[in-house]
Design a binder for this molecule. Structure first.
Ligand code: NDP
Length: 291
């Protein structure tokens, strides 16, 4: 029997834990943790993401502060806002919604965020901490992916993990997290030779590629844990739909456990953003919590 990993259910449990941590911070410090979100321009997908993050933040008991700036805002003005939020005692987390308009360097803006408020975990400081195995704020999607693996087995040590994709947002941090769990990690990418054979070696196979159903059923070793990070919009039989980077129907025949897409990693991303915000608030305010 293949386990279908229910990301929505796992995310719901995590969000409840976050809400109780938020209540604990409120009871001990008399403050309501706050997440500030900076959105520049009118990108429709970004507007939906920001709306969803706002609703989820408020639902967890935290304050959500939206800064919506027109597309023509200069890089210096965005940097000035980030610096102001860094200084603002009431703000625990800062998220700059990507992509930014072309005239603004995401690198410069992201790295202006104070590492202790960097709830997306994308600053060079937090990437460095992850690499060095030090406490920091970890990018949300990779963090959510590892939580999903752990719903299947706590014994990750010694397992061979293959991560397909080496982006800064997903593939690299996910590989680092699995390494920290003592997995033997292979990072695969567009230049990897015989990707199918590499994937067949995996006890844990993670796909973060952006190519619909790249990973075929016979690339999956019997009993492997398959984590599909991909979200791809395709048109099939005249209908628009979302599919992952794994051919789910075929892969589930071999997998021991597999995430659906959508409904797997996706819901974990926002839940881990809330977790990071609660953790950032607790650390800054000296409240000991586990979440
Ligand atoms: P990127 O485009 O930044 O990175 C894609 C990676 O896949 C690259 O490392 C690239 O290799 C590799 N790649 C591309 N084509 C192939 C191929 N044919 N064979 C092997 N490797 C290949 O994407 P992201 O990491 O940002 O996102 C990956 C997927 O995850 C996307 O579908 C995205 O929508 C989804 N996503 C989902 C999230 C969620 O919340 N569930 C959050 C973030 C992303 P190379 O480096 O050699 O070019």
């Amino acid at each position: 029997m293949t386990t279908i990993i229910d990301g929505k259910a796992v995310a719901a449990v995590l969000r409840e834990k976050v809400a109780s941590v938020v209540a604990q911070i409120g009871a001990q410090q008399g403050v309501q943790p706050a997440l500030a979100v900076v959105l520049v321009g009118e990108d429709p997908a970004s507007q939906i993401y920001v709306r969803n993050k706002h609703a989820a933040t408020e639902k967890s008991g935290m304050r959500s502060i939206a800064h919506k700036l027109p597309a023509e805002t200069s890089e210096d003005e965005v940097v000035a806002l980030v610096r102001k939020l860094n200084e603002d005692e009431a703000v625990d987390g800062i998220l700059v919604q990507l992509p930014l308009p072309d005239h603004i360097s995401p690198d410069r803006v992201i790295n202006e965020i104070h590492p202790d408020k960097d709830v997306d975990g994308l600053t060079e400081a937090n990437a460095g901490r992850l690499m060095l195995g030090k406490d920091g704020l970890v990018p949300c999607t990779p963090q959510g992916s590892v939580i999903l693996v752990k719903t299947v087995t706590e014994k990750l040590s010694g397992l061979h993990a293959v991560v397909v994709g080496r982006s800064i947002l997903v593939g690299k941090p996910l590989s680092m997290l699995l390494l920290a769990e003592n997995c033997t990690v292979t990072m695969a990418h567009s230049r990897t030779k015989d990707l199918a054979s590499v994937c067949r070696e995996a006890d844990i196979l993670c796909a973060a590629v952006g190519v619909p159903r790249l990973v075929k059923g016979d690339w999956v070793k019997k009993g492997a844990i398959v984590i599909d990070v991909g979200i791809n919009r395709i048109e099939e039989n005249g209908k628009k739909r979302l599919v992952g980077d794994v051919d789910f129907d075929a892969a589930k025949e071999n997998a021991g456990a597999i995430t659906p897409a959508p409904g797997g990693v996706g819901p974990m991303t926002i839940a881990c953003l809330l977790r990071n915000t609660a953790l950032a608030a607790a650390r800054r305010r000296g409240v000991a919590v586990t979440v």
